[in-house]
Design a protein around this ligand. Structure first.
Ligand SMILES: Cc1cc2nc3c(=O)[nH]c(=O)nc-3n(C[C@H](O)[C@H](O)[C@H](O)COP(=O)(O)O)c2cc1C
Ligand code: SF4
Length: 503
């Protein structure tokens, strides 16, 4: 829960009752679902996108990326969504990329690995993302000495603040020198809000910064970039592509009520949804009607002035009309309310209240973290069905037991039930439940150690894995810091040999 929140109640994990093999076989969660024109997932179990920070700095698939997805595949979920993968051919750290054909062979290996390890039971989608620039919080000396643009309006602010017109003609270096030595009150008086934010949080672009050429041009370039990325996903053999319209990134920001663009792509809902719809249409055109195209988006921005559920319901209907094959509903995860980062670190969108709502922990308000976001998916689904659309809706957020998932499906609140952190804690949990070994599930504690690693762009692992380490095991691999196991401990049904499985 974001610091400063009035309620900090520690919630116990919901008690788990695990089904027998027969009960699981008859369960809705383990029943098939059609997604799009041609694809059937064997189950409604779903692993949503999770970035593990394991690609090369050039965005290529590594053996560690293959291990990460192999391990999820061994649990044989109905659908596994590969992490947010960049659609541009620009350096973005160890995030996967799909912005050029040279990325296809590595991604093809990833597809083959998942097919083999899931024994063909898992459908594999890839999430594709665009984001705008976010820089680290600078040293104040560097900020004033180099990054801050010295403009006439800044000179005017200083002249006004000091009541000294000579500052109107001050040189660049005089202004910089003055600011380096200035006290906080003066700095707050002379910098505008965006400059102050760049100093305190790091420079961050908005999609409504239309004074910047590359931001103004986004509606011209993004549909083709997403379409080419989707085409490459198909070439690589993925079963579908998921357009990342959620959280802190470009498309969610176009959809947000905060988007004030005046060029027909911001302001009223009809304009905010325009680029996401034009992009969906371009993707559909490029990959054809028979290829699965899904959208992950926000049921609620959870930031002041942002979009709410009424917007999300309306967007959901427009996406359905636009031919989307499924909607995966998330919540929050925005930059606007993120905590101030340390100097040298970048602002992280999962630290404020909206971040809490995206990945809720056991320290919560009265409602607690479990299934907390289900009502958003339920409202969107209801509106779709009322409108005559059968588009499947996926929910996620604090799902950790079989009974929770079954109740969501039985109540018609969603069509597929996703679990990110519970599946990270125990990638075999779906298979364990299906085979009647639910009592062996390693349960996520929802305290977000994994999210802390994500925040620092370190290889993501689960703290529970380290409770099971046999140093004599020759297949044991450790994270690059040498202190954590890189993959979950292996599992096979009692009586079966784990064989040469990667652990
Ligand atoms: C380490 C980590 C990385 C994540 N990366 C992504 C991502 O790439 N794309 C995305 O849409 N959501 C991402 N999420 C959010 C999850 O998909 C999910 O929505 C969230 O964790 C809530 O579900 P849960 O309670 O089952 O964990 C990430 C979550 C975690 C813990
Ligand atoms: S690190 Fe904690 S929150 Fe993350 S998956 Fe493991 S138990 Fe769950």
């Amino acid at each position: 829960m974001a610091s400063g929140d009035p309620q900090r109640i520690r919630h116990p994990l919901p008690p788990a009752r695990w089904p027998s093999r027969d009960e699981a076989a008859a369960a809705r969660w383990f029943s098939p679902i059609q997604i799009g024109q041609n694809l059937t997932a064997r189950e409604r179990t779903w692993v949503p996108a999770m970035v593990p920070w394991r690609a090369t700095d050039d965005g290529l698939v590594t053996p560690e990326v293959l291990d990460w997805y192999a391990r999820f595949a061994e649990g044989q979920p109905g659908v596994l969504v590969v992490e947010a993968t960049g659609i541009r051919d620009v350096a973005s750290g160890p995030l996967l990329r799909i912005g050029d054909d040279r990325f296809i062979p590595g991604l093809r290996r990833l597809v083959d690995t998942v097919r083999e390890r899931s024994q063909g039971r898992t459908r594999l989608f890839i999430q594709v993302i665009d984001f705008v620039a976010v820089r680290r919080r600078p040293e104040p000396e560097k900020f004033f000495g180099r990054y801050l643009a010295v403009t006439d309006s800044l000179r005017a602010q200083i002249a006004l603040g000091l009541d000294d017109r000579r500052w109107l003609g001050a040189s660049d270096s005089e202004v910089r020198e003055f600011l380096v030595g200035a006290d906080r009150v003066t700095i707050e008086t002379v910098l505008n809000d965006r400059e102050l934010e760049a100093l305190d949080y790091g420079y961050r672009e908005r999609v409504w910064d239309t004074h910047l050429d590359h931001i103004r041009e986004l509606p011209r370039v993004l549909p083709a970039l997403f379409a080419e990325a989707a085409w490459r996903a198909r070439e690589a053999g993925f079963d579908g592509v998921e357009l990342h319209y959620a959280h802190a990134y470009t498309m969610a920001s176009f959809l947000s009520r905060l988007n004030t663009r005046t060029d027909g792509y911001g302001g009223p809902r009809e304009h905010r949804v325009r680029l996401p719809l034009e992009t969906l249409a371009a993707v559909r055109e490029r990959v054809g009607g028979d290829y699965v195209v899904g959208i992950r988006y926000l049921g609620d921005d959870v930031v002041e002035g942002g979009s709410g559920l009424d917007d999300a319901v309306w967007f959901g209907l427009r996406f359905a009309e636009g031919g989307v094959d499924y909607l995966s509903v998330s919540k929050g995860g925005r930059f606007e309310d993120a905590k101030q980062p340390k100097i040298g670190e970048a602002v992280y969108p999962y630290t404020g209240r909206s971040g809490y709502e995206c990945m809720p922990t056991v320290i919560s308000d009265e409602r607690g973290p479990f299934g907390r976001n289900v009502p958003l998916a339920a409202s969107i689904r209801r509106a779709l069905r009322d409108g005559g659309w059968s588009t499947p809706v996926v929910t996620s957020g604090g799902i950790t037991t079989f009974d929770q998932a079954e109740a969501i499906l039985r109540n018609g609140e969603a069509d597929c039930v996703a679990a990110a952190r519970q599946t990270l804690a125990d990638p075999d949990w779906f298979r364990k439940i299906r085979l009647g070994y639910g009592a062996q599930v390693r349960r996520c504690e929802f305290t977000n150690y994994c999210e802390g690693l994500d925040q620092r762009h370190k290889q993501v692992t689960c703290k529970l894995w380290d409770r099971q380490v046999d140093p004599a095991d020759p297949t044991l691999r450790l994270a690059s810091d040498g202190r954590r196991r890189l993959s979950a401990p292996g599992w096979s049904p009692p009586g079966e040999d784990a064989g040469a499985r990667v652990v």
